[in-house]
Ligand binder design. Structure first.
Ligand code: COA
Length: 267
């Protein structure tokens, strides 16, 4: 795809690519060696891109996808461990991303291949059209990391798929295939991996021809942005406490040491 970089970003990282072309901004996770796990700088670049896309009347839709066969393995666990040790960055850009997604008025489309872990799945709850690979792996293993749901997913995931299915995903870390996610209407369509990005781009090309005023008004009617914001704030408070818990320290250490966590050692 030919394109020009979007408006100058405040946060500089090579691990997020932003390409704007023909009224569509593509935000691309580009850290394939780490399964596109998202660092604070990457959140900063994503927030910059979302804010720029919302502010620019020439942009009529956003498309999010990942390079290298994965969507994203979620928050960088090294970053989580750092915050858990009290080494908090000057600005936690994830908060900006969540707020931008909660308030975003224009259509957001996602193309998901491979792993979509944690925020990789919860951000899909803020996307308006989601295309996944049949063999994509969607999971929200917050409890396994001694954490709690974020991105208003404690509200939106049960709303989308029911309490028990959502609880199974949160509490047991159940992984949904793309095919299963489509069968329970968590996403629009599951496709062979090679067809996912083309399908998402085709949808983006169609939607930018629709009247943007009506699109924005429809989205505003369909989503209670104020409630979503309130839920995000409550989740963030509990999440921040959990992040500093001995249980979470054990989970992050275990990941770094490539072993299963032993929560019987703590608490
Ligand atoms: N944060 C930081 N690094 C991560 C990461 C994350 N969330 N997910 C994967 N990586 C890194 C691995 O440490 C590994 O790095 P290395 O090659 O330098 O050792 C590399 O990405 C490849 O990951 P690996 O685990 O070898 O790939 P896999 O195909 O066996 O498994 C996953 C893929 C996504 C299932 C697995 O990496 C995983 O469970 N990641 C953690 C997901 C998570 O808990 N995210 C937070 C949610 S809140």
């Amino acid at each position: 795809m030919t394109g020009t970089a979007a408006a100058p970003a405040r946060t500089v990282t090579d691990d997020i690519r932003v390409v704007t072309d023909g009224g569509i901004t593509e935000i691309i996770f580009a850290r394939p060696a780490k399964k596109n796990a998202i660092t604070n700088d990457m959140y900063g670049a994503i927030a910059d891109a979302l804010e720029a896309a919302e502010a620019d009347d020439g942009i009529r839709a956003v498309l999010i996808h990942g390079e290298g066969g994965d969507f994203t393995a979620g928050n960088d666990l090294g970053d989580f461990a750092q915050v858990a040790r009290g080494d908090v960055p000057a600005e936690r850009h994830v908060v900006r991303v969540l707020k931008a997604l909660a308030r975003f008025q224009k259509p957001v489309i996602a193309a998901v291949e491979g792993a979509a872990v944690g925020i990789g799945t919860t951000m899909l709850l803020h996307c308006d059209l989601v295309y996944v690979a049949d063999d994509a792996r969607l999971s929200v293993p917050f409890v396994s990391l001694a954490l709690v749901p974020e991105a208003a997913s404690s509200l939106l995931l049960p709303l989308a798929i029911g309490h028990r299915r959502a609880y199974e995903m949160f509490a047991l870390g159940e992984v949904l295939s793309g095919t299963d996610a489509a069968s329970i209407q968590l996403v629009n369509k599951a496709l062979p991996a090679a067809e996912v990005l083309p399908a998402a781009r085709a949808a983006a090309a169609r939607i930018i021809r629709q009247p943007i005023g009506a699109l924005k008004a429809t989205k505003a009617l369909m989503r209670n942005a104020a409630l979503i914001g309130v839920v995000m704030d409550s989740e963030s408070r509990v999440f921040a406490e959990r992040l500093r818990s001995p249980e979470a320290a054990e989970a992050f250490t275990a990941f770094a040491q490539r072993r299963a966590p032993d929560f019987t050692r703590v608490g």
